[in-house]
Structure formats: structure tokens, C-alpha cells
Design a protein. Structure first.
Length: 200
């Protein structure tokens, strides 16, 4: 007891324990805020406001004389998807270009059957990659196609139906003049299609 009285406060066991608990509390608080900031950023990027902002920025870039890869990608989607001008505009959900990577999300709202949709998407996708092959600054391109999907209960929801990714190396190997769109799944670096597209 006499020892405790002579020791400075920072050497006493209860003070050290108190500092340890405070340190753990502060560390947990910092982690919670960091996770919350990441979640908020992801949610903000997916919000309709940010999607609208992104589409407005894309429209502005489309009016410029120098066409950037995301604009070329968006124009290819608008050329192939939809029939009316409004449908064509709505077909481009997003188109981004960053650090050599193009990622475009397209929406195909109208189709007769899964088989006809797959057939169309294969040709549209080939057209998309053919246009991006000539862009020197593109090192990788991804096309994500969404469409209305009906579940067994009759509920309709927009979801991914095809995702195709190609690197510049793969694009350079393809002779698009003789390329068969049916071989897309074989040559792509990454290819995924919804099981509904495989239905006969």
C-alpha cells in the first residue's frame, strides 16, 4: 500500500487499465466511423441522384468533339439497344472510364424470348468490343447487360443477364471481321450469362 502511495499516477495499475480501456474505445469508434463512411459512399453512388448526375455528365461529354471511351461505349449501346429515342437514351444506365478501364451498364427492356434476347446480346456485345478495340487508352472493357427478369411467382425485377469482360490483350487477338458472336463465351476473359438465357 505504501508502494502505491509513492508511485506516480501513470505507474499505478488502475490508471494503466483506465488508459487501456479508453484506447480500445477510441479505436473501435474510429473503425465504426470508417466502416460507416465506406457504406455511405457505396449507398450514395447507387442512389438515383448520383446516377442522374452521372448520366448528365455523360450527356455533356457526348456533346464534346473529342470522344472519350465511355462516350464511345455509350453511343454503341444507344445504337443497338431500344427502338425509340427515349428507349435508346434509357438503355445507357452508366458508362465509366477510369485508369484504362471502361465499364458500361446497358438495359434491354423489350425482347420476345430469352433465346432472341441472347442472340441479340451476343451481336450487340461484339459490336461494343469492336468499337473499344481501336481505343488505345482502353486496357480493359466490361459490358453488363440488364433486363427484366420474371420469377416463378410472376414478379418482375431488373437484373443482370449478361456480363462480359475483355482485356486489351484479348481484344487484340480478335479479328472482328470474321468473328462469330457465338464464340464470345470462349474468347472473353470473363463471361457470365443468366441461366434464363440458356433456356430453349
Amino acid at each position: 500500500m505504501a508502494d502505491d502511495m509513492q508511485k506516480p499516477i501513470y505507474q499505478r495499475w488502475w490508471f494503466i487499465l483506465l488508459i487501456l480501456f479508453l484506447g480500445i474505445g477510441i479505436f473501435e469508434n474510429v473503425l465504426d466511423h470508417t466502416e460507416k463512411d465506406v457504406i455511405d459512399t457505396v449507398e450514395a453512388a447507387d442512389s438515383p441522384f448520383y446516377k442522374k448526375m452521372e448520366k448528365e455528365e455523360l450527356k455533356e461529354k457526348m456533346t464534346q468533339s473529342h470522344k472519350t471511351p465511355e462516350v464511345i461505349a455509350a453511343e454503341i449501346v444507344m445504337k443497338n439497344f431500344g427502338t425509340t429515342n427515349l428507349e435508346k437514351e434509357n438503355a445507357v444506365l452508366s458508362s465509366r472510364f477510369e485508369n484504362g478501364v471502361v465499364e458500361t451498364i446497358a438495359l434491354e427492356e423489350k425482347f420476345k424470348s430469352a433465346k432472341s434476347l441472347k442472340h441479340s446480346l451476343l451481336y450487340y456485345t461484339v459490336d461494343f468490343f469492336k468499337a473499344l478495340k481501336s481505343q488505345d487508352e482502353v486496357t480493359q472493357a466490361t459490358l453488363i447487360v440488364q433486363a427484366p427478369l420474371t420469377d416463378p411467382y410472376g414478379n418482375v425485377e431488373i437484373g443482370d443477364v449478361m456480363i462480359v469482360l475483355m482485356s486489351k490483350e484479348t481484344l487484340n487477338k480478335i479479328n472482328f471481321n470474321n468473328f462469330n458472336a457465338e464464340n464470345l463465351s470462349v474468347v472473353a476473359d470473363d463471361y457470365w450469362e443468366h441461366p434464363a438465357l440458356a433456356a430453349e
